[in-house]
Each structure stands twice: as C-alpha cells, then as structure tokens.
Design a protein around this ligand. Structure first.
Ligand SMILES: Cc1cc2nc3c(=O)[nH]c(=O)nc-3n(C[C@H](O)[C@H](O)[C@H](O)COP(=O)(O)OP(=O)(O)OC[C@H]3O[C@@H](n4cnc5c(N)ncnc54)[C@H](O)[C@@H]3O)c2cc1C
Length: 423
C-alpha cells in the first residue's frame, strides 16, 4: 500500500529490528521540528555510539496542520503546542539555541550564543521562514483586528486570525484570501481557510452579505492540474471568485486596502477581511551558508539536495529534509514522513561504508478541507500523479467525511507517531 498521512494511522506498527551500526561520528541536526525530531528518534535506534546534537532555539513544538482548525474556531491555540523536549530521545544533546552560521567547508557551525560546533554529518531541518516584511504596510501586530488574518505565523496568530475572521462572518463584506508567489508549506492551507470561512458563514446565515475572492499567485488554483480543476469547480459551486496572477504586495490597513502585483500592473482592492500568507524562504543562516541552489529558487534559498536521496549535491556529508529541502514538491508533514527513512538509510549506510537504495518520490499529501466535516484526501508525487493511500476506499477528489476525520483526528496521532520515529 502506498501509505500516506492517513495510512500511517493504520499501518504504523513496529519496524523490523536491524543491527545497529557502531560509530563515534558526531551528527548535528539543525531544527527539532517535524523532520529533525523524527530523524533523531530513528537515528538513535540505528546507531550505537554516535554523538547526536540537535539545535533548536524554540522551546515550543508546533503541530502546524492544526493551525487551519484553530483559525476556523474549531480548536484552541493550545491544540498545536507541546514542548520541543517532549519529542527528543534519550542520548541526544539539545542545544536550545539558533544556528547562526554554517561553514560547510570546515564542517562547523556557530550558534547565536557564540558556541562553535564541529560535525562529521550535518542534517539541515530548519523548516522555512515567513517573510512578512516583504508585504509593505503589514505587521504581525495587525493580526486579529481590523480584518487581518495570518494563520501561518503560529498558534497564537492562528487564534487571532479566527478573531478577525469571526467578526467578518458576523458583519459580512469583502473577503480576500491570498497566497505567496514563492514555494510554500502546505499549499492547500490557503484554500482550506477560504472554504472554511465560506462554510461557517453559510452556517451563520451571513454568506449572502459577503463577496469572497481567492487571489491565486499564478494561473492555477493548485500545483496539480486535476486538483486545480476540482477546486475551480468547487469555487464555482460555492460562489467564490478566483482572481489569477494576483500577488499581494502591500496593504494599507487604515484604509483596508490591499495592493496586488498583476501582469497588468498594480491593482488595488478594498477588503473587510484579508488573509495574508507571506513569501516563504529558507532561513538566513541557510541562505548565507553556500548550501542553497545557485540556479534555482534564488530568491528562496532551498538547500541543493538530490531529489531522491536528499543528500547535498556538493557536500556528501550534508543532508536536508522537510520544508527547507530544495526539491520540487514535498513541503508537508506527510512528505517528512517519507523523507525521514530515506535520510536515515543513506546516512547510516554512509557511516557503515555502504550504499542505500531507499528513494523519495515526492510524496506530498494535503487533506484539503472543503467544509466543516468534509475534506478531499489529496496525495501526489513529483510527477503530479495522484497516489491514494486507500485506492478504492477513499476517492481523492471527493469531499468525504472520512477524509475530514483523517485531518481532524488521525493526522495528529500519525504526526506524533512520526515524531517518535514510529511511523
Ligand atoms: C497552516 C499550515 C497547515 C498545514 N497543514 C498541513 C497538513 O494538513 N498536512 C501536512 O502534512 N502538513 C501540513 N503543514 C505543513 C507541515 O507543518 C510542515 O511541512 C512540517 O512541519 C515541516 O517540517 P520541518 O521539520 O521541515 O519544519 P518545522 O516543523 O517547521 O520545524 C523546523 C524547526 O527548525 C527550527 N529552526 C528554524 N531556524 C533554526 C535555526 N537557525 N537553528 C536551529 N533551529 C532552527 C524551528 O524552530 C523549528 O522547530 C501545514 C503547515 C501550515 C503552516
């Protein structure tokens, strides 16, 4: 079975025990999020004697798929928050600090607090940064009031987004939902927010006094053509207007005006509710390290890795996975689930002086919520093939209650199992 976000919930049993590889290697993992924590747990099982250091300056672990539910008033902010230390295995050293400089030639890095670490192997799992400063006039202080939402920014901002969105649901007016022109994590999330606010307004009896517009960054509503077409049809059914090639450039919060770059030049639109998702890039420390692609995504700085084994193309002792990896798909937690065993196998084989065959094929999954209680379980690969986990049981392009349950109930348990290295 091609198991995905959903399938893990039913197939996440014990893995076959394998002989541990003995080593004294020092492995440094940057980031203790979905990818870093999951990999740390698996490496401690596979290696005997390795020194594993994980670096992360954030004390809280954020379950980000929950942000969409928080921003629709369906969960409290606390739903997405745990402690970073909750997920780390014994025997791993946590440096509660930020990587500030990476020198891949010298195999060392400097932490913000001044400490220097050397490594034999480096795993870059820093996730991505949200470039809110790229939207002129926008500041996170605005979120939650005067019709501004920004649910990507964290659990508290997702909760404040619901404050602004619920006021809009009551009062009505013009709602505009944006997405950036860069690569982004969970490209379904801007659509989910649009569908959810539409549905909640219908339930509240206020949909009739609203105009809803989804501003797509290019000429499509989703990166996979067959899904884009399905979303286009659903938008038609729900009366949600789609504006193509509209990239949010600036806002005037006092006037409640959004300014978009379009092929025809700058276009101004007044709003009562505006959902902002800013451009997304690799963290500065990664972009300045020389590890990024030089000829792709130059404004974004994703790490230059082989798309099948996730090893750096110029530094064989460096791997990157999760949102920061420079691969054509895969910025979801469900992708991380498939990337972690690949990095694990190739790294362990390398340490043992061997090679591995495990390969990542771009698996990406998005339980695309289309209303409260309904979702489409969209799963695809590098070639835009749909790769359903439950063929014949869960149809990917149908709005199903079971797919909603995958998102609302099963995904968090699956995610937590993945963090522990068990899925
Ligand atoms: C609104 C929203 C909805 C989503 N919905 C879904 C969904 O339905 N399904 C799904 O599969 N995925 C979803 N995702 C995507 C998913 O959450 C991410 O793809 C996943 O968390 C990526 O894991 P990661 O480890 O690469 O990054 P993260 O989990 O973000 O972890 C990165 C870690 O690196 C740390 N870090 C950053 N900079 C440094 C530094 N300089 N030094 C040290 N540490 C650093 C951070 O503090 C963080 O802890 C969603 C995301 C969002 C925002």
């Amino acid at each position: 079975m091609a198991a995905g976000a959903g399938a893990v919930a039913v197939s996440g049993g014990a893995r076959a025990a394998r002989a541990q590889v003995q080593t004294k290697a020092h492995i440094v993992i940057l980031g203790a999020g979905a990818a870093g924590a999951a990999l740390a747990n698996r490496l401690t099982e596979r290696l005997d004697g390795a020194q594993i250091t994980i670096v992360d300056g954030r004390a809280e672990h954020w379950y980000q798929p929950g942000f969409s539910l928080i921003a629709a008033g369906l969960k409290p902010a606390s739903y997405s928050v745990s402690q970073t230390t909750d997920w780390l295995p014994k025997g791993v050293t946590l440096k509660a600090d930020w990587a500030a400089e990476i020198d891949p030639e010298a195999r060392k890095l400097r932490l913000q607090g001044g400490e220097t670490l050397t490594y034999d192997y480096l795993i870059v799992a820093t996730g991505l940064t949200l470039d809110h400063a790229a939207i002129e006039g926008f500041s996170l202080d605005l979120v939650g009031k005067d019709g501004i939402g920004a649910l990507y920014a964290g659990p508290q901002y997702a909760a404040r987004t619901w404050q602004a969105a619920s006021a809009f649901v009551e009062q009505g007016g013009v709602g505009i939902f944006t997405r950036p022109a860069t690569e982004m994590k969970c490209a379904g999330a801007p659509l989910k927010h649009t569908f959810l606010i539409d549905d909640i307004a219908r339930d509240a009896g206020t949909r009739g006094k609203m105009d809803l517009t989804y501003a797509a960054n290019n000429n499509s509503l989703f990166g996979v053509p067959i899904v884009a077409e399905k979303v286009r049809m659903l938008f038609g059914d729900r009366g949600i207007d789609a504006q193509y090639a509209h990239v949010l450039r600036a806002i005037e919060p006092g006037a409640k005006r959004a300014i978009f770059d379009t092929p025809e030049g700058r276009v101004e639109r007044d709003y009562d509710y505006l959902h902002v998702i800013p451009p997304q890039r690799a963290p500065d420390v990664v972009r300045q390290s020389g590890l990024s692609w030089a000829d792709k995504w130059v404004d974004q700085g994703w790490v230059e890795v082989d798309k099948h084994n996730l090893r750096h193309r110029r530094y064989s002792e460096v791997f990157a996975l999760g949102d920061v990896a420079g691969v054509p798909k895969g910025k979801t937690a469900a992708s991380v689930k498939w990337q972690v065993p690949v990095v694990e196998d190739h790294l362990v084989a390398q340490i043992a002086g061997d090679t591995a065959e495990t390969s990542y094929h771009g698996y990406t999954s998005c339980p695309l919520i289309t209303r409260v209680g309904r979702a489409m379980l969209i799963e695809f690969d590098y070639n835009d093939n749909l790769v359903p986990s439950f063929p014949g049981v869960i149809a990917p392009l149908e709005e199903l209650w079971i797919s909603w349950l995958m998102k609302e109930v099963a995904l968090k348990a699956t995610y937590n199992a993945m963090l522990r290295g068990k899925a």
